[in-house]
Design a protein around this ligand. Structure first.
Ligand code: COA
Ligand code: AMP
Length: 632
């Protein structure tokens, strides 16, 4: 039997034995009573009764086991011309003292701490410092606006916030502190303290009593020890887009997460302790949580924090420079980053300046990998290019070519086969399995493996209604696709209002909620249209209130500014138009799917239930003005 098949079958037939064996890679303070607790199914818990500390497993044990001098974290920042390497001993010292600061601020086990940081080592230190004392971190991506930050502050109710004076986006300095101050004004919950790392590029004004200077606090803090927590205690909350403006607070536990991270580093990424693994993402996304912070460090490998872009910092050879300078064994990024590089350097000439011999594989995720990008990367890099499919909710790949198990031939457009632990099914509306090659909603038979989310933060009801209700006994992924005769899966798109822009998951529903607040707008729709660089881009259609007679172009500019102000630049909302009416069914449902097909130039049928077919003609005219469908 093939290695993959053997492990895949064992993980499904005897998950407790499979994951108990995997759990030997973790140092536990106390062993579990049960590997899998199904007593409250369909809610499951892994390793109940066990105790551990995630930070201990990521740092202290490696120092104790001879890795003290080995590089744990490399910081490479082309935007500040800085590079710095922290050994495991140095990172442990920094984290222990930062944890000491949190303790002095009164943060203890179970308290939440919000982290709003750019891509600097202190971001990872902040996460580990929380884990060390059993506090639950909630990292918010820097590209979100004050309003989104305030929503998360009110939901997670953090005792403290850890942030920096600014982030650097290419050549621009983005001041974080005014955004944070604004968020703290908007929120109802007021965290007692903000720990602020002053960066020389923009020194922030501090509010006495509330704001504390990070560097001086760390300099005089006593190191804090690891606090033992239950395997089932939350390690973090990570908010992600759902169908509404209220994001979902995905919870990750400590025990199952640590086990899953270790398993994936070895069997999926094939990375040994001591090797350099680089996830060119951001700590604000799940990829950054799993594979900038926790995965590589739990594994005793070296992680890399890159404060830059794939292009423009300073050129499209930036990724290749980092790989050659730091001897990166594997790079993990989103296809959009490769498309950005390819656009500026189609023949990949920049790579010729660099010694790429350390690189063994390229991993891609975050959005569908189009075959063109895959072929380009294969040809230019001459290493296996592994597309793998996952979600914030799962924390690690649902489908992948597990290089540490067995390498399957790549089929373009497919992230290969389900990873061990995931029983992936393709279902029709009635919950019946569809035949191979037929499109279906993708669902995963419960229980989900360790490391996946046990619930939504303080919203078990939404956890059930969003994920477990449509197909009883299954987790509904929200993705649609098919499986071919060889068992390869193909992820074709979402079944809900979530879109994927430059590998960032966004909610069109949230954008509609913002646009609807404009005083001139009566109703609106936002769709995701195909975009050559970013995969998808949001496009808005608004119907004005009767009597609203201001210039359309002015309203459009205001709508674009409003989404940027309320959600943030990350929404990349740059296209909108004013229409007389929105196409709807007779029951009043907006035909977003039809509008999307029209924008993408895809064949589409006019639904029989359409209320007024002439509305589609008007939409076609408006799309033309916006330059859609694109000719190529
Ligand atoms: N803080 C503040 N602003 C941020 C930000 C941050 N951390 N991250 C992004 N933004 C801003 C950008 O500056 C941009 O602002 P602008 O509209 O003023 O230009 C906006 O948010 C949109 O960002 P993005 O969609 O990333 O576009 P971009 O043009 O700056 O870069 C790519 C395009 C393809 C180079 C970039 O998206 C990329 O590298 N993507 C990789 C994807 C990735 O890391 N995915 C994570 C999952 S693996
Ligand atoms: P996020 O939760 O931000 O990681 O986004 C998860 C969503 O991104 C998934 O539900 C998919 O829609 C999409 N996605 C992630 N990885 C892939 C992939 N390899 N192929 C296709 N879609 C992907």
């Amino acid at each position: 039997m093939s290695q993959y098949l053997e492990q895949y079958t064992q993980a499904l037939q005897d998950p407790e034995a499979f994951w108990a064996a995997a759990a030997k890679s973790i140092d536990w303070d106390k062993s579990w009573d049960k590997v899998l607790d199904s007593s409250k199914a369909p809610s499951y818990r892994w390793f109940t009764g066990a105790q551990l500390n995630t930070c201990y497993n990521a740092l202290d044990r490696h120092v104790a086991n001879g890795r003290a001098e080995q590089a744990a974290l490399i910081y490479d920042s082309p935007v500040t011309q800085q590079q710095k390497t922290y050994s495991y001993q140095e990172l442990l010292d920094e984290v222990a003292r930062l944890a000491g600061v949190l303790v002095e601020l009164g943060v203890s086990k179970g308290d939440r701490v919000l982290i709003y940081m750019p891509m600097i080592p202190e971001g990872v230190m902040a996460m580990l410092a929380c884990a060390r004392i059993g506090a639950i971190h909630s990292v918010v991506f820097g590209g979100f606006a004050a309003n989104e930050l305030a929503t998360r502050i009110d939901h997670a109710k953090p005792k403290a916030i850890m942030s920096a004076s600014c982030g650097i986006e290419g050549a621009r300095v983005i001041e974080y502190k005014p955004l944070l101050d604004n968020a703290c004004e908007l929120s109802t919950h007021k965290p007692a303290h903000n720990l602020i790392l002053q960066r020389p590029q923009a020194v922030a004004a501090m509010q006495e009593g509330r704001d504390i200077d990070w560097s001086s606090a760390v300099a005089k803090a006593a190191p804090a020890d690891c606090v033992s927590v239950a395997a089932t205690d939350p390690l973090y909350i990570l908010y992600t887009s759902g169908t509404t403006g209220q994001p979902k607070g995905v919870v990750r536990d400590n025990g199952g997460h640590a086990v899953a991270m270790m398993w994936t580093m070895k069997y999926l990424y094939n990375i040994q302790p001591g090797e350099v693994f680089w996830a060119a993402s951001d700590i604000g996304w799940v990829v950054g949580h799993s594979y900038i912070c926790y995965g590589p460090l739990l594994n005793g490998s070296t992680t890399l924090i890159y404060e830059g872009k794939p292009v423009g910092t300073p050129d499209p050879g930036a990724f290749w420079r980092v790989i050659s300078e730091h001897k990166v064994a594997s790079l993990f990024t989103a296809p959009t980053a490769l498309r950005a590089i390819r656009k500026e350097d189609p023949h990949c000439d920049y790579i010729k300046q660099y010694d790429m011999s350390s690189m063994r594989a390229l991993f891609l995720a975050g959005e569908r990998c189009d075959p063109d990008t895959l072929y380009w990367a294969q040809a230019k890099l001459q290493v296996p290019v592994v597309d793998h499919w996952w979600q914030t909710e799962t924390g690690w790949a649902i489908a992948a070519n597990c290089l540490g198990l067995e390498t399957f031939p790549v089929k373009a457009g497919s992230p290969t086969k389900p990873a061990p632990g995931y029983d992936v099914q393709f279902l029709d509306d009635a919950g019946q399995q569809v035949a191979a090659g037929e499109m279906g909603a993708i669902a995963i038979k419960l229980p989900l493996p360790p490391g996946t989310f046990p619930t939504l933060w303080q919203n078990e009801e939404r956890f059930f209604s969003s994920y477990l209700e449509t197909f009883p006994g299954y987790y509904e992924t929200g993705d649609a696709g098919y499986q071919d005769e060889d068992g390869y899966v193909y992820i074709m798109g979402r079944t809900d209002d979530v879109i994927n822009v430059a590998g960032h998951r966004l909610s069109t529903g949230a954008m509609e909620e913002v646009i609807a607040t404009h005083p001139d707008v009566a109703e609106c729709a936002v769709i995701g249209v195909a975009d050559k660089l970013k995969g998808q881009a949001p496009m808005g259609f608004a119907v004005l209130q009767s009597g609203a007679n201001r210039e359309k172009a002015v309203v459009v500019t205001e709508l674009i500014a409003l989404v940027r102000e309320k959600i943030g630049p990350v929404a990349a909302f740059k296209m909108a138009t004013i229409v007389h009416r929105l196409p709807k069914t007779r029951s009043g449902k907006i035909l977003r799917g039809t509008m999307r097909s029209m924008a993408d130039g895809a064949t589409h049928k006019v639904p029989a239930t359409i209320d007024d077919p002439t509305t589609l003609g008007e939409i076609a005219e408006d799309l033309k003005v916006l330059g859609y469908p694109k000719s190529t």
